[in-house]
Design a protein around this ligand. Sequence first.
Ligand SMILES: *Cc1c(COP(=O)(O)O)cnc(C)c1O
Length: 386
Amino acid sequence: MSSLDEFAKAKLENLDVQHLRRTLVETVREDGVWVTRGTRRYLSFSCNDYLNLTHHPKVKAAAIAAIERYGAGAGASRLVTGNHPLLEDLERRLARLKGTEAACVFGSGYLANAGIVPALIGAEDILLIDALSHACLFAGAQLSQAKTVIFRHNDMAHLRELLREHRARYRRALILTDGVFSMDGDLAPLARLSALAAEHDASLMSDDAHGLGVLGEGRGSAYASGEKPNIDLQMGTLSKALGSYGGYLCASQAVVDLVKTRARTLIYSTGLPPANAAAALAALDLIETDAALCARPLANARSFTRAANLPLAESPIVPILLGDPVLALEAQSVLEREGFLAIAIRPPTVPAGTARLRLAFTAGHPEDEIARMAKIVREKILPLAA
Ligand SMILES: *Cc1c(COP(=O)(O)O)cnc(C)c1O
């Protein structure tokens, strides 16, 4: 065995002991909500396909037609020969939806964050990032080489304190946050973040991967309540409610122009395939014309949290905290035996001591099944957590 194999084996054994090893399980999605694993069929609550658009006939037809007409792949980076007209269309549509001058589409949400932050912020600058922000915002922060300070989750007093302590020593400042937190389902206080940013001459970037299509009549978490806060960089993904794949940034024309010439994950990575762009465009048509569809995932999450006696859901994501990874895995098995798929989320995806089930509600989850799951959670899972 090579020394590299020995290293890998020791590392894996260590993860096994802590119940933190992850493995891939072959799973076939039959439609927006039902999946099969081996011979068993489950109702899945572990998919971010909030509007079940991955399987919508119009979305699939758009992707198939794009492949027939334009081929399967983009062929090269967008700056070389991969800038498909569908990408231009998609950018115009996203900018319009988010109320910005321009937009830039990336290969994925992860690539977007890993490209945007270092293109705009450097070693003389400071980043202030919410502690529970998505891993790819932290990746972007690391790649930027800027001074990075972490503020306690949604704690505006802490953020203000850090801005007062550090801001003056740096050229530019950028505040990074999720709009909807991916593992907790709560919302960032975007209006207060934007006011703090203005007070301290900082910019604000929000990752709204889980807001698009499901909050603010589909326009995202920035539109969820009252007046729209000023967010310089509105980032998100085409891979969740839109049912496709790819990431995007909506911002001013100047910022988007700079990102298009400087973001390394755009320049050195192949453009999004035409089928993904076409699917996202078809999904946007549905989202912009069907506010009732966009409202359903949150309504389903709320009927679940009411029935299970949990705090009222703020988004379609509902966490059930178990604490210990062994308990979270046990809770997962309880639901699996009842025909529900809800994958345990363990560190390092969430902080140590906060292993949980993360339920993602979608438009297509049947009401009676939601009620049945709530009863099981109340009777068999919440007692595990106590
Ligand atoms: C899923 C997710 C991403 C990554 O998007 P992909 O398109 O899947 O790469 C980024 N940010 C948040 C908050 C996410 O939940």
